[in-house]
Design a binder for this molecule. Structure first.
Ligand code: HEC
Length: 141
């Protein structure tokens, strides 16, 4: 080795490296697009789930909570609340707000109808069944 680093060597490293990572990027993108439809639980997307998501959005639950790790860190993760608490607890909890417990963060009263509560629970059940590769790692977010 003479120790000379020529322009053409630099060029080959640049093009070779760029090509390698472009191909890696394409392979990973392709893999993600292939795997996602099997994980997003689309088959269980009922009208109740869709209505529930609308309530979730219009009441801005995400302004305090996270869902599958995304959202605000004021209140617990809700992507897994269906499996952690079950449907009856969730409905009773939402109806019983605010708790007024001193020293605890408070959640507002949304005055939801029984139908709206059912839809919301359907949405939370649907979310709990999405294969998120165990994300978020902390069970209550
Ligand atoms: C202003 C903030 C805020 C908003 C908006 C909010 N929450 Fe909450 N929520 C909280 C807080 C704070 C707690 C935890 C209170 C506690 O532990 O005492 C909580 C707890 C919960 C729990 C119980 C979680 C558990 O792990 O036991 C559920 C279920 C829940 N919220 C659902 C909802 C839904 C559904 C919405 C939207 C319709 C919503 N929340 C909107 C603040 C909020």
């Amino acid at each position: 080795m003479s120790g000379t680093f020529t322009k053409s060597m630099a060029r080959n490293i640049f093009y070779g490296g760029s090509m390698f990572f472009v191909l890696l990027f394409l392979a990973l993108t392709f893999d993600t697009m292939k795997v996602l439809p099997q994980r997003d639980n689309r088959a269980n997307l009922t009208q109740a789930v869709i209505n529930g998501k609308k309530i979730w959005e219009t009441r801005n639950c995400i302004g305090c909570h996270t869902l599958l790790g995304e959202g605000a860190y004021f209140a617990p993760e809700l992507g897994n609340v269906y499996t952690r608490r079950g449907p009856d607890f969730i409905k009773a909890w939402i109806m019983g707000q605010p708790t007024g417990t001193p020293g605890r963060r408070q959640m507002p009263q949304f005055n939801l109808t029984p139908q709206e509560l059912d839809d919301l629970v359907a949405f939370l059940k649907y979310s709990s069944e999405i294969n998120s590769a165990k994300w978020p790692p902390n069970i209550e977010g």
